[in-house]
Structures are given as C-alpha cells and as structure tokens.
Design a protein around this ligand. Sequence first.
Ligand code: SAH
Ligand code: SF4
Ligand code: F3S
Length: 473
Amino acid sequence: MTVPTRPAAETAPAETAPAAPRRRLHVITWGCQMNVYDSTRMGDVLAPLGYGPAASLEDADMVILNTCHIREHATEKLFSELGRLRRLKDARRAGGGRMLLAVAGCVAQAEGAEILRRAPYVDIVLGPQTYHRLPEMIAEAEQAGRAVIATDFPPESKFDHLPEAALPAGGVTAFLAIQEGCDKFCSFCVVPYTRGVEASRPAAAVLAEARALVARGAREITLLGQNVNAWHGAAPAGGEWTLARLLYALAEIPGLTRLRYTTSHPRDMDDDLIAAHGALPALMPFLHLPVQSGSDRILAAMNRRHDAAAYLGIVERLRRARPDIALSSDFIVGHPGETAADFAATLALVREVGFAQAYSFKYSPRPGTPAASAADQVPEPEKEARLAALQDLLAAQQHAFNQSQVGRRLPVLITGRGRHAGQIAGRSPYLQAVHLAAPETLIGREITVTIVAAGPRSLAGAWPAEDEEHAAA
Ligand code: SAH
Ligand code: SF4
Ligand code: F3S
C-alpha cells in the first residue's frame, strides 16, 4: 500500500487520550501506509482502555511492533528488534512492573507460530485483520499470563468494530483505508497471503470517516488500499459504486480540499477513473501507478496481466484528461528470468514516461511465492548493477521534475512547522515537501507559493507569491 512499503517510520499513536494516560502505548511501524493507518487505528481501539501515547519506548506499558513482510530479512529484523524489547521488558519486571509486547502486521500474519516459538516472551501476536480484538487479547494475556495469537481471517470485518477515526489535533493530512487485500497474485508478492482477499468498505462508512477526519482538521485525505482502484463498495442507496464514483462523492465534502488514492494497479485504471482526474479539481494531479517492469516477457512472468503498451496507453489517457498530472511508480529489477534486453526495456519505458518520483527494488525471493522457486534467478551482482543504473535514471528524472517547478506558483497545503524557526512546511500537488518562511497561522490552509529553489527531495518557496504581493500593494 501505498505507496507501499517505503517509509519505515517509528510512529507514536494518535493523541486521542487525555494528557496523562493511565497506560502508555508505543507503536513501532514498519512498511506501507496501510501499516501506518493500522497503527493509528490500534491506538484508537486501545484509547477506551485508558491507553495513550508513551513519552518514550522505555516508558511504555505496551509496545506494539507493526511489521512488514515485503523485504528480505524482514523476519531477522523483527527478531533483532524483539531482542532489544525483551531487555526492556526484563528490566521493567525487575523493577516490579510489567510491559506487554505485541507483534502485529504482515510478519505476524505469515509467521505467527514461529514468532512464539523463537520469542516466547511475546504476549500477543495478531494479524492485520484482527486488531479490533486487541482489548480481549490484552485481557486474556494479562489474566492467563500466556501468549495469545490471532492470525485468522475473521468473518467479521475489523472496520465494523473500530471506533470513529481519531486524528492528532491539527493533523492536516490523513489516511483513510477503503480497501484491503489483493487477489492479483503477482509472482513475487506476499501481500495476497498476508492481507487476504480483496475487500472493499461500504461507501457510507468511507464517507462518514472522511467527514469525521475533516471535522478534526484534515484538508487532504489519501484513500488507501493494497489495490485501491479495485475498490467497489456498497453504494449508500443500494448497488455498488466504483472508485471514480466514490471520489465524486468525497469531493463534495465541504472543507476537503485535496484527494489522493494509493496504490493502484494498471489493470483497474478504468475510463471513469481516468476521466475523474480531468473533472475533479480536488483530485491531485499526481498518481502512483506501479509498472514494475518495461518488458512484456517479464510482465507476463510477474503475472501483472498487462503489457508495456497498455501502461503507456493509460499514461497517455491520463495526460489527456489532466495535462499537468505527474507519475510515480514502483520497479523491480532482477525478477527471475530478466535478461539484459528485458532490463533495457524497463529503462526505455522510464525514458518514455518520465517519472516525477519512483521506488525501485532488487527482486528478493519471498518464501511461498511462485517466483521464489523459479530456476532462473538473476545473480546478485547483476541485480545490483541494474538497480544502480535504474536509480540513476530515476533520480535524474526526479531532479529535473523538481527543477521544473522553480519559478512556478503552486498551491501548497501547509501541514505544520518547518525545520527552522520562522519556517512552515507543506505539500505541493505533486507530494513534494515545500519549506517557506511564513506565519504558523497558515497551517491547515492551501496557499499560493512561488517556488524559488529545488533540492533532490524538497522545494523552497516564497510567500506571499509575487502577484499576490502586487495585489496587496
Ligand atoms: N499493490 C501494489 C504493491 C504493493 S508492494 C502494486 O500492485 O503495485 C510494494 C512494492 O514492493 C511493489 O510494487 C514492488 O515493487 C515491491 N515488491 C514487492 N515484492 C517484492 C519482492 N519480492 N522483491 C522486490 N520488490 C518487491
Ligand atoms: Fe502484490 Fe501484485 Fe497485489 Fe500489488 S497487485 S499487492 S504487487 S500481488
Ligand atoms: Fe504493507 Fe508490508 Fe504488509 S508493504 S501490506 S506491511 S507486507
């Protein structure tokens, strides 16, 4: 999701509880935005039990490790982190206290039993579909004094059992999960196994959560799903809506200035959704649309169910609908069977599209997926060389894209304080970070900023933008 996987963030849960919580919670989040969202929701589920954010890890009464299974060494990374947490837990016990330790997320789903075998001091293991049951699991772990595991795919949806979305005071941007799971079974990917089959939340639930987020200060909402554009939820008045229809409804919520959705699959980019990009000013002109490879042979081996021409066709139609749209993608180099010619086709596709931003990975075998047992694995040095070449090209494109903003006036949604005193920070329509000197009273507003400089990952802006200054004079 999401942009899947990238930012490995250590996040504290949303500040939903009063200043001095009775019990202190610390959540460590790895993986995609869906995991970031899930971590917030676990905080929401625990708030009625008196849990609020801990000042630090050492201070916590409960630590949740929300894990990701997509990269190599995910399991080893988990066990080394658990070793560190075990020492904290032992120290707490030596002082007469108690620290509950829970492992959640996709590694928990895939390797729950192994976790309890290798780390018997873990109190709770729960998959991504069961976190609405956390209160019962905590009670059970505390009373029985033994580990509790919940990695089934329960018949009830966790979304029906969650408290209303909470948002840290003043949070200007928010995630909203609308879809979960995946039925696509790409050759390399663990997600269909860890997140289960595709499920869409009903439109009414999504709209209600969006309104609640806006009431708490959100101005930009990113709809989340492992395959978000495959969303087809129950419509409020019967029947079903597509993602395009849902976006039109969301765009009508007063105060909701910006909409995004991630991560999409090219196969589900239908005409209505493409048209929505032209019709809805709130829908930001930036789309993360992973292509993985530019070679038709490898796309087939990956079971992506589209070819390079189909992807280029979608990009062309998107650009016709919304000429200023910028694109982002995910790439895998060194999938089993990838030859030098296949890799050259990936570089050619990148040159043809021109990406504003992208994520690229070396193929890494994930146990249980079809590609992991393929005979024609690509040697490691070859993968490394291809990744370096691809990343050079993508970095140059990103740099050029950022540079092309210099001198432009962009609407920037101000999200918070900047790194330095007197600075505030925000987001451009293209998800670039923008820093500028301006008053903090602008936080939460979308303002017009003149871009004065561009770095590899962020932009510097000036406010008021030039002609607004003239207008004021
Ligand atoms: N649903 C999204 C992707 C989710 S996983 C989609 O269909 O595009 C996020 C990204 O991780 C993928 O797009 C892929 O580029 C990368 N990835 C997944 N499994 C991988 C593996 N085994 N090796 C390397 N990269 C992988
Ligand atoms: Fe994984 Fe493919 Fe599903 Fe994306 S579409 S989550 S890459 S199986
Ligand atoms: Fe997300 Fe990682 Fe799971 S990318 S869906 S947390 S395997």
